[in-house]
Design a protein around this ligand. Structure first.
Ligand SMILES: [Zn+2]
Length: 57
């Protein structure tokens, strides 16, 4: 597995890693976090990259 610091996360649909190069826009969410929209080159759709997080940690 690679953990590329330039990665935005992974596509929720196909699980492909999405690099910074595919970032479209950033926006501030209601809770103050920064959200990102990116294009998935595999799905050819706008997606919200999902970070790999361990739930229940
Ligand atoms: Zn995808």
């Amino acid at each position: 597995m690679t953990n590329n610091p330039l990665s935005l996360g992974h596509c929720p649909t196909c699980n492909r890693e999405i690099s910074q190069a595919w970032k479209l826009i950033e926006y501030e969410r209601a809770d103050g976090d920064i959200g990102v929209f990116a294009e998935c080159p595999t799905c050819d759709e706008v997606i919200k990259p999902q970070e790999n997080k361990n739930k229940g940690d």
